[in-house]
Design a protein around this ligand. Sequence first.
Ligand code: CO
Length: 150
Amino acid sequence: MERKIILEGDPILRKISKEVTVFDARLHDLIDDMVDTMKKAEGAGLSAVQVGVLKRVFVTDVGKGVTEFVNPQIVKQAGTNKIKEEGCLSVPHKFGFVERPDTVWVTYQDRYGKLVTDKLKGYAAKAFCHENDHLDGILYIDKASKIKPC
Ligand code: CO
């Protein structure tokens, strides 16, 4: 079920999200709703805080299907991403230019609590970093060198 996306200016987007400790049906409903909401809005990523839930959860879809990240962490990063342009469903009708790493080594849990380690590159790395920032109350506009209308 689609949920309402919270827009920039709402103070909840600046809060720190809390670690997930319970991997129950309520979490699965949240993740399912986040996927529906991201798809409907044609976004490449969505964090739980963007639908008003302060849990360390986000979903991404960078063209190879949906990935669900619970309690994500960046272990190591390298390089400079070639993709500079960035947008956010909470900051509509704008895009900006943000420097991100080209490769990130990450850990996260799946919706059942199973620990996953992965290495993400390019667009996938950029999307991970953007969404991970949301969990700490950071928006891409804080880091963008230029912000333009679109
Ligand atoms: Co965003």
